[in-house]
Design a protein around this ligand. Structure first.
Ligand SMILES: [Zn+2]
Length: 263
């Protein structure tokens, strides 16, 4: 589990390790003030990879420095796999941070998000590649255990139905594009790369896609690293390559009118 703080709550993100049996997964997420409970159910969902556990109904309800947000948080995640087995894991949110640092971090995150939203950033959709799910019946080859059609619009070449999770919206800053030549076996291809700065949630990984909603330019994530502000982790820097407009990923549905949430 990866759990960056957010100004008014916690963001909980997880991935499955090892060989994930094909099918649907059920996730129950619970929150507590200590590792021994009592546990309060936060979410009970099928096939999700993150949860935005935001307290209060509006910005006016809870301030980022409110006592309820400075205390310790533990989350327990119960995973039920399609083969009937279940696993549970307990993690503490930012265990290395003292209450004062936690308070500072929430404030920094809030301020950074406002800067990205109002000044330096533009809306983006983070489109994460599925790590588990139902095998694509159209192109998954049982014999070789590989997907054989990279142009499949049912799984976008991932071998898993849907291919990508529902986009998560946020704001990001994109550096000017740089052109770099890559030597492919057959020919020399010009690839435009860039550096994207955004808050460290959701945590982006290699092979995810970032879509800039205003101009629909789509980038493929090559590398990600966390960056700190006053020694606390706030941003992630993403190195990404622009996908050519003819690429099949331009057909992955992303609604250009959607708006990122207020954090
Ligand atoms: Zn497919």
């Amino acid at each position: 589990m990866i759990m960056p703080l957010i100004p008014y709550g916690n963001y909980v993100q997880w991935s499955l390790t090892g060989q994930a049996p094909a099918g649907s997964y059920r996730f129950q997420l619970e929150r507590s003030g200590g590792p021994a409970g009592p546990w309060e159910l936060v979410a009970d969902q099928v096939d999700v990879w993150s949860w935005y556990d935001r307290f209060g109904d509006s910005d006016d309800n809870v301030a980022p420095n409110a006592l309820s947000l400075v205390r310790e948080f533990y989350y327990r995640l119960l995973v039920r796999a399609p083969d009937g087995t279940s696993t549970s894991v307990i993690s503490e949110v930012n265990p290395t941070l003292a209450p004062k640092q936690r308070q500072l971090l929430r404030k920094l995150l809030h301020d950074e998000y406002v800067v990205l939203r109002k000044a330096s950033g533009v809306p983006v959709a983070v489109v994460k590649r599925r790590q588990w799910g139902t095998r694509c019946p159209l192109c998954f080859d049982q014999a070789t255990q590989e997907n054989v059609r990279p142009d499949c619009t049912n799984c976008w070449g991932t071998g898993l139905v849907g291919g990508y999770w529902t986009p998560v919206l946020t704001y990001a800053r994109r550096a000017p594009l740089q052109s770099s030549a890559q030597i492919a076996p057959e020919q020399r291809v010009e690839i435009a790369t860039t550096r994207i700065v955004m808050l460290n949630l959701p945590h982006v990984e290699r092979d995810d896609m970032i879509v800039f909603l205003s101009d629909n330019r789509r980038f493929w994530v090559d590398q990600q690293s966390e960056t700190s502000l006053r020694t606390v982790p706030v941003h992630q820097t993403v190195f990404a390559s622009e996908l050519p407009h003819s690429h099949i990923f331009y057909r992955v549905p992303v609604d250009p009118r959607s708006q990122p949430p207020m954090l």
